[in-house]
Design a protein around this ligand. Structure first.
Ligand SMILES: O=P(O)(O)OC[C@H]1O[C@H](O)[C@H](O)[C@@H](O)[C@@H]1O
Length: 548
């Protein structure tokens, strides 16, 4: 069953709810609804989610539940867990949940054969991880491995990179490094700190055909071979891929390849062997804890009714902001330095998944789909873009992600971090009226025209929406639950919009054109292009960046 999206009637109910809400701000909603926090918060898989600072009232929530019902969200979730081809343009299942289901799970996503294949690869990973970490697997000269370099891009990079950075304090094994950009500056910087004899490269690519990854892998191999000779490749290169033949053509023995499957989307793949660099640096127990956290969220999303389902809430609140209030972007602010890469990770997850305008009938959707998603860590963001969040022309919804305890030995600083996070969501919601500003300025001794001139600049409109997500701490389990929550949110939204969250045709055109231009640059013969591209190309080929 392809998603048909929510019905026209449900969309108009949403429109009517937005109209009825009018200019009412969230503080007024709190005043009118004494049980608002209880009704608009929930716990799921060890996380606490508070949606009560969103600018939506009870009628709005009703309209959202109708939207979900008319889009048959529950049925689509069930089908996804069953392994139906929810990726309908590529006729594939999207079964990342199967990657984190425990062995002998009662209801294995996609069925028992998939569960068996998944656990076979996990067991192979475990054996390999143990050999590397124990020093039984050595480099070509007999040295143990001290550094692991994951070479991959997009989904073959963002997830493992983000998790390794988030859990860096827990790394007890080889140090993880990541190279994704075709700009070899990144590779050069990583290699500058490493010794070939103790470095293991993990070339990660679902297709094993991604130009950037193959270019970096070839350069890394040349660096290794230069120092240790051709025969060393077997001990210093392993692959993670679904394409055994291409792996072998590259020169990596398929015995040193860890496989996954076409039903694992790139941006949903960190739970598969794509997480090998995580497992090598955290240990298999750490990797399994990540999977367990994600599985706990899967079980919640699979079993909870829509009104108590964290992913359905996240998805519908996002739809309220995007389609109801028509707010153009979504801001992600983790109050945790360790989670600095979460916004970038979520950019791929959300925008590559739902950055679509064509529905399952091949027709343009009537609604806006995914908002632009961006963000940075608190408190840094407060000193950069928060001015716009508080006083810019458009309210932008924020997801605040806050670990309640952090183990860095500086409790005072952590207390300040928490205070700042809560203060920001409170300030965004409460705002500061002209009356309050006047009173404040008067108490500072200002009066007359000078006071009146100052007032408008200091007013905060308030009513600006945010969700706060509390994690008890940053460990593999909570992180797994958090990431799985966003994955399910993305799927539920795709169902309501009636689009496919699992293809990414939009990345292809640029790749095709880059290959043509690359050939022209190699031959220094620009071809036919639009006038702008042609002029740029000629300047570059002629070495004329700017005259004079
Ligand atoms: O893992 P790979 O096959 O190398 O693909 C790497 C990435 O590139 C593609 O262009 C897609 O946009 C991503 O979804 C994917 O994760």
């Amino acid at each position: 069953m392809r998603p048909k999206g929510a019905s026209a009637a449900a969309w108009s109910q949403l429109g009517a709810a937005v109209e009825a809400l009018g200019q009412r701000r969230t503080p007024e909603l709190f005043a009118a609804e004494p049980d608002r926090v209880e009704r608009m918060s929930l716990e799921a898989a060890g996380l606490y989610l508070d949606f009560s600072k969103q600018r939506v009232d009870a009628a709005g929530l009703e309209a959202l539940w109708s939207l979900a019902q008319s889009a048959q969200v529950t049925d689509h979730l069930r089908q996804q867990f069953a392994g139906d081809a929810v990726n309908f343009t590529e006729d594939r299942a999207a079964l990342h949940m199967a990657l984190r289901a425990p062995r002998n799970a009662h209801q294995p996503p996609g069925g028992p054969a998939i569960a068996e294949a998944v656990h076979e690869v996990l067991d192979r990973m475990e054996a390999f991880v143990h050999r590397v970490r124990s020093g039984a697997w050595t480099g070509a000269t007999g040295e143990p491995i001290t550094d692991v370099v994951n070479i991959g891009i997009g989904g073959s990079d963002l997830g493992p990179r983000m998790v390794c950075e988030a859990l860096a304090e827990q790394v007890r094994g080889p140090r993880p490094h990541f190279v994704s950009n075709v700009d070899a500056t990144e590779l050069s910087r990583v290699l500058a700190g490493l010794r070939p004899a103790s470095t293991l490269f993990v070339v990660t690519s679902k297709s094993f055909g991604t130009a950037e990854t193959l270019a970096n892998a070839r350069s890394a191999r040349a660096w290794l071979v230069d120092a240790l000779g051709d025969a060393a490749v077997a001990k210093h290169f392993v692959a993670v891929s679904t394409a055994a033949e291409r792996v072998s053509d590259f020169g990596i023995d398929v015995d040193n390849m860890f496989g996954f499957w076409s039903w694992v989307g790139g941006r949903y793949s960190l739970w598969s062997a794509v997480g090998l660099s995580i497992a090598l640096s955290l240990g298999m127990d750490g990797f399994r804890a990540l999977l367990a956290g994600a599985h706990a969220m899967d079980a919640h999303v699979r079993d909870a009714p829509p009104e108590g389902n964290a992913a359905v809430w996240m998805a519908l609140i996002g739809i309220w902001n995007t389609n109801g209030l028509q707010l153009p972007s979504q801001v992600i602010v983790p109050y945790a330095q360790a989670l600095a890469r979460v916004p970038a990770y979520l950019q791929q997850l959300e925008m590559e998944s739902n950055g679509k305008t064509v529905n399952s009938d091949g027709v343009a959707v009537q609604q806006q789909t995914v908002p632009a998603l961006w963000g940075d860590v608190g408190t840094n963001g407060q000193h950069a873009f928060f001015q716009m969040l508080h006083q810019g022309p458009t309210a932008l919804p924020v997801d605040f992600i806050l670990p309640v305890s952090l183990d860095h030995g500086h409790p005072d600083q952590h207390r300040m971090l928490i205070a700042n996070c809560l203060a920001q969501s409170e300030a965004l919601m409460q705002g500061k009226s002209a009356g309050q500003v006047r009173e404040e300025l008067r108490s500072q001794g200002l009066s007359g025209q000078a006071l009146e001139d100052a007032v408008p600049h200091r007013v905060f409109e308030g009513g600006r929406p945010s969700t706060t997500i509390l994690m008890s701490c940053i460990d593999a389990r909570s992180l797994g639950a958090l990431l799985a929550l966003y994955e399910h949110k993305v799927f539920v939204q795709s169902v309501v919009w009636g689009i496919n969250a699992f293809d990414q045709w939009g990345v292809e055109l640029g790749k095709q054109l880059a290959s043509v231009i690359d050939d022209e640059l190699r031959l220094a013969v620009p071809g036919e292009h639009d006038p702008s591209t042609a002029a740029l190309l000629h300047r570059i080929v002629d070495g004329r960046t700017a005259e004079g």
